[in-house]
Design a protein around this ligand. Structure first.
Ligand code: CA
Length: 233
């Protein structure tokens, strides 16, 4: 579950955030003061992916909440909400551990796009952190060894390039989940580039040649038309 903590004292804006984020698949915990936000964070044992904090709050402000949350968690994604006149807050907020900010007023699509983008970053970091402590990932007849970066199928080693290994690691960390070409591209290459979809397709084709029994009828790397690819066992 993607869980987000909201601190916003204006009920109408808070409701707007809650409705739009819930509609986009987030579990939302809403609070109207900074104190309560910190309380809720502890109540859930810090189990939040993201926090959306208004800067102007009664009592402790959003910047202080941000600093405190960052002190408690290095992985949580934090977005600050700022009114246009708060330029200085904006800058100092970013220095105190926020990942992004949104200027009020904002549209539902802007809110959701920013939150989604940050969530993807947070989830990716978490995945990398988790994989760091794992020796290998097993799926059916496949074993991906994360230490020596090797893939085995039915005990036989399949030689992978660096890029192919990273794509497999991404698939194995998100089994059954549709991954878009641009998600795969960002995961493996890190930056945007033109022609990114083609580069992904080329590598997927090569991977299929290596791992599928019949590359023309793939059973593991499945094409989801109009969306991307997913790993199936
Ligand atoms: Ca406010």
């Amino acid at each position: 579950m993607k869980r987000v903590l909201i601190a916003e004292d204006e009920a109408a804006i808070r409701e707007f955030e809650v409705i739009n984020l819930e509609r986009s698949g987030y579990e939302v915990v809403e609070t109207d003061t900074g104190e309560k936000a910190l309380e809720m964070f502890d109540c859930y044992n810090g189990d939040f992916d993201l926090a959306v904090l208004d800067i102007m709050l009664p009592g402790i402000d959003g910047i202080k909440v941000c600093k405190e949350l960052r002190r408690k968690s290095s992985t949580i994604g934090i977005i600050l909400l700022t009114a246009k006149t708060q330029e200085i807050d904006k800058i100092s907020g970013l220095m105190f551990g926020a990942d992004d900010y949104i200027t009020k007023p904002f549209s539902p699509s802007e809110l959701v796009a920013r939150v989604d983008a940050l969530y993807r970053r947070v989830a990716l970091n978490m995945m990398r952190l988790e994989n760091k402590f794992k020796e290998e990932i097993k799926f059916g007849e496949f074993v991906l060894n994360l230490r020596n970066r090797a893939l085995k199928k039915r005990g036989k080693i399949i030689e992978l390039t660096q890029v192919e290994f990273q794509i497999m690691e991404y698939f194995f960390s998100n089994p059954g989940t549709v991954l878009s070409r641009s998600q795969i591209f960002h995961q493996v290459w890190g930056k945007s580039r033109t022609g990114e979809e083609k580069i992904v397709d080329v590598n997927i084709r090569r991977l299929r040649m290596k791992i599928e029994d019949d590359p023309s009828l793939p059973k593991h790397i499945i094409t989801v038309w109009g969306m991307g690819y997913k790993w199936e066992n």
